[in-house]
Every structure is written in C-alpha cells, then in structure tokens.
Design a protein around this ligand. Structure first.
Ligand SMILES: *[C@@H]1O[C@H](CO)[C@@H](O)[C@H](O)[C@H]1NC(C)=O
Ligand SMILES: [Zn+2]
Length: 307
C-alpha cells in the first residue's frame, strides 16, 4: 500500500520535471545585459541549499579526507553520444561504469552524463571562468537519476573550471569536432556520435584540492540532492573554443550565448576546502608539492584581500 503511494508520488514529480523542462531558459545577455534572471519555479525559487555559489578560500572550512578514487576514467570512450538539449551540450553512453568513491563520499557513484556551461556557474574568490564542465554521478544505491534526485545523497557532480589561454584544449577540441552535427535548431535533441575517442580523465585536472558543499542541480528541478566537488585546479581553453559552444541554437536562429545560472545564497552552509590526505608511505616530494598548492591558494586569498 505504502509502496504504491510513494511510487505514484515519484511519477508525478518526474512529470512536473518534464513539463518544466520545455519552458525554462536563460536571460539573453547579448540582447540586454541587465535582463533579470528568470524565475524557474518550485525549489529553484524557494530552496535554501541552491547552486551555484561563490567558492571562497577565506572563510572556508579546512577538510581532510582519504583520496578520491576514480575507476575506468582513463578508458577511451569510442561510442559516446552527444546531444544539444537546448540548454547545454551533453555527453552520455559510457562504455563501462566510471566509478567515483572515497573522499567524503559514503557510497560508490557512477557517471551518468557530462555537460558544460559557458561561462562558469561557480566562481572562485569572485572570479568567473569561461567554461565549467559538470561530470554528473548517480549514487549506485539508487536505480536511476530521477530516483537519485529525490535524496540528499543521490548525486555527486564534479565541477571543472577552465581558464582562458592561447593553448587549445585537446579534450574540449575532441568534443568540438562533432559540434557541427548538433548546432542547428533542427538538430536539437537529436543525438550524434562523438567521432573522436575521449577518456573522461582528459577532462579532469589534478584532484589534489577541491571545494565541497551540499547543493543542488543548477537547472530545474533544482533538486537539493547534490554533493558538489569543484576542483581548484583549472584547465586551459581558448576563447575560440568556448565561442564554438555559443553557436548552438535553442530556437530557430537563436543561439545559446550563455547558460550559467546566477549565484545563489550560501545560507550558512559548510563550504569545505579539501586537501587530500596523503598516505604515510607517500614520498616526501609529493607532500611538499601539496604544501606548494596550499601556498598558491593562500596567495590567491591574500591577493583578494588586497584588491
Ligand atoms: C527509476 O526507477 C524507478 C524505480 O525502479 C522506476 O519506477 C522509474 O520508472 C525509473 N525512472 C526512469 C526514468 O527510468
Ligand atoms: Zn551543470
């Protein structure tokens, strides 16, 4: 009896998610830089644990966890699918379970999909980056992502920020190569095969230091089900590369020039800056490299104070 009721409730939730998905969007900042951010409804407007937020070194809590463990992320994915869903470019169809565990995570999480935002959604010390990649993972104890979104430990997203450089990023380049197949409005929601083989590892820089906090999906339904892991190390990307993503259409002759959500209130949540705990047996060299990372971070914090 009870089981039936719960199931009906979940179904109506996912129906709501679908009907909202066709209507929501981002402000057209090219047309009007002051266009207010639209109300997306539901938890997006009323939630107290929403994402993205500004990640700040100053005032963050110091955390130490066992290292994050990545399984199969180095496998070359030969059969990836890519889709322009009108809100982003999304990759799925991973050959094997890419499994994330360790850190502060209580369970194993598997990669469901990868998508990007231009410009970045999270900022670090108030600085916005040109691109943010989200690697969305589902807690293996839940059968699918819809179900996982109903629980606060349901989803983990790894956020990777990219900084402006003259050097093209090869992994992003591999994705861009197949972008022409999905750019037009006519091709929206029609998946295409990613021609270049790509390992998810290639999208992830060093995971030595990261911010982690409890937040939400940054798109409707804005479910507060996400453990965020945003890496402090960034990858280079050229503005030419980012501009390729800005050419995808979400309406006839309307390009998606920006798809980042505005910053949300932190609301006294714990923002933790993690430096991965080193095994005793690790070499001294590795430890001193870690120390250097902290000094660089502190340097950033000090520079912020001086501004
Ligand atoms: C997710 O799993 C639940 C429980 O097994 C099932 O009822 C539901 O239909 C699934 N949803 C999707 C989108 O696969
Ligand atoms: Zn995202």
């Amino acid at each position: 009896m009870v089981g039936k009721r719960v199931r009906r409730k979940l179904l109506s939730c996912s129906f709501l998610a679908l009907s909202a998905a066709s209507e929501w969007g981002y402000p057209d900042l090219d047309n009007n830089q002051d266009e207010p951010f639209p109300k997306w409804g539901g938890l997006c407007d009323t939630g107290r644990k929403q994402s993205p937020i500004n990640l700040h070194v100053k005032g963050a809590l110091k955390g130490e966890f066992t290292p994050l463990k990545f399984e199969n992320y180095d496998e070359h994915q030969g059969a990836l699918q890519m889709v322009n869903n009108g809100h982003s470019i999304q990759l799925s169809g991973f050959a094997h379970d890419l499994t994330l565990s360790g850190g502060g995570l209580a369970n194993d999480f598997v990669v469901e999909q990868i998508h990007m935002h231009w410009w970045s959604e999270h900022t670090i010390n108030d600085i916005r980056y040109p691109l943010e990649v989200h690697i969305v993972h589902r807690n293996k104890i839940y059968p699918n992502i819809t179900m996982a979104a109903n629980f606060k430990d349901g989803i983990t997203v790894i956020g990777v920020l990219y900084h402006v450089s003259n050097t093209p990023n090869d992994a992003i380049g591999s994705i861009i190569k197949s972008l022409d197949n999905v750019k037009s409005y006519a091709q929206m929601n029609v998946p295409t095969h990613v021609a270049d083989s790509l390992a998810v590892d290639d999208l992830v820089p060093s995971v030595d230091t990261y911010f982690t906090y409890a937040g939400s999906l940054t798109t409707p339904t804005c479910a507060e089900a996400v453990t965020w892991i945003v890496l402090t190390n960034t990858f280079p990307v050229t503005l030419d590369q980012v501009n390729q993503f800005k050419e995808i259409e979400y309406k006839q002759d309307k390009q998606l020039h920006n798809n980042y959500r505005e910053l949300q209130s932190e609301n006294n949540r714990a923002l933790v800056l993690v430096q991965q705990q080193q095994q005793q047996r690790d070499s001294a060299g590795r430890l001193s490299a870690q120390g250097l990372g902290l000094i660089v971070l502190l340097g950033v914090a000090v520079r912020q104070l001086q501004l």
